[in-house]
Design a protein around this ligand. Structure first.
Ligand code: NAP
Length: 336
């Protein structure tokens, strides 16, 4: 077996005066360069998520050590395993678990990972489709699980999805619609994306600017549940509109880290603000999420949701996702 392969490696920027302290480039590595983990994987695909945008552009301080191989997702085939749970030929996925932060990630034709971090791929999906879902889609599933576990059913009323044209938002719409919920999609790209979001299952598409305004502590009740990937002022405004004992599954910060809200929705309406973290979610929760994804994802809808790009496009793609220009999902073909 040829021991060399290509990877997108993040390193210290040699220009110490530059604003971005790290830069990424495609490098040739050797098996011996890989971390000392117990499963060697031939990676087929990774994907592009908001956090990947922060890493590949050097705009976020995500990498906790350098050099780092980027990519918070990977899907591929086991080549060698020192762990009995996995054999050569198994198709597997890793989402998060510190990939691209503290562990080398999926922007690489080969990677060594900890067997505890793997999920066996359901036969329903090939590795390309698994990465079309990726961390964004699996996080959308975690949000929908939180809504179901809270007891919200389609009869309780409309569910709002923010950041609707992005990765988490698009998959959340598909999943909720498949489960029979009436979905309202909030987007900054109504004209460009309305047809697509309706096609995914949204029954209403609204301009996100409606939520980007200060709100009274409580407003009229509109939403039985919310999948929120934007945070900031929109989340604060939306919290004031959630129905009595409704729930917001909050996973993102595309509109900002702050939350200029009040306790009124919590103490007067019993609203639940449920934080969603995909990175360190338990194996049990991941297995449940991937099982549900295999039951709920319509592969034709999924096919309309993503494009495939090579690793060489990562710098431009990173800028695009940070500026909200990416629609749906981007799969990264590490072998192109
Ligand atoms: N907690 C977790 O484990 C976890 C996992 C995955 C992702 N996330 C977070 O979830 C968020 C979405 O991730 P993603 O991969 O789906 O990213 P994405 O594809 O870039 O989607 C984000 C969407 O947010 C909207 N948006 C962008 N800037 C905005 C602004 N200033 N105000 C309001 N809306 C804005 C845009 O949708 P429209 O054009 O439709 O308005 C954009 O498409 C990110 O913050 C990411 O870090 C968290």
């Amino acid at each position: 077996m040829n021991n060399t392969f290509k990877a997108f490696v993040i390193q210290q920027n040699p220009d110490s005066a530059a604003k971005q302290k790290t830069i990424g480039s495609i490098e040739t590595l050797n098996n011996a360069d890989l971390p000392d983990e117990n499963v060697l994987i031939k990676v087929d695909y990774s994907s592009l998520n908001y956090k990947d945008g922060l890493v590949v552009t050097g705009k976020g301080r995500i990498c906790r050590q350098l050099p780092m191989v980027g990519g918070i997702d990977l899907a591929g085939t086991v080549l060698e395993s020192a762990d009995d749970r996995y054999q050569a030929g198994d198709q597997v996925v890793v989402n998060g678990y510190g990939l691209s932060e503290s562990h080398w990630g999926g922007y690489s034709q080969r990677q060594r990972v900890n067997a505890d971090h793997l999920v066996k791929l359901d036969a329903v999906f090939n590795t390309e489709q698994a990465m079309a879902i990726g961390t964004a889609g699996y996080t959308a599933m975690l949000c929908v699980m939180a809504i179901q576990d809270h007891g919200v059913t389609p009869e309780h009323g409309p569910v709002l999805v923010t950041g609707a044209a992005g990765g988490v938002g698009s998959v959340a719409i598909m999943l909720l619609a498949k489960l029979g919920y009436q979905v309202t999609a909030s987007t900054g790209r109504v004209d460009a994306c309305k047809a697509k979001l309706t096609g995914l299952g949204a029954s209403e598409v609204v301009d996100r600017e409606a939520f980007n305004v200060e709100s009274k502590p409580l407003a009229g009740e509109k939403w039985a549940a919310v999948v929120d990937s934007v945070g900031g002022q929109p989340l604060a405004t939306i919290l004031a509109q959630v129905n009595y004992e409704g729930i917001v599954a909050a996973c993102g910060l595309a509109a900002g880290m702050s939350l200029p809200s009040s306790v009124a929705p919590f103490i007067l309406r019993g609203v639940t603000l449920r934080g969603i973290d995909s990175v360190m979610a338990s194996q049990q929760r991941r297995a449940r999420a991937w099982k549900l994804l295999s039951e709920l994802i319509d592969l034709n809808h999924l096919a309309s949701l993503y494009c495939i790009e090579p690793m060489s496009a990562l710098p431009q793609l990173g800028e695009a996702i940070l500026s909200g220009q990416v629609q749906g999902r981007v799969v990264i073909d590490v072998n192109a």
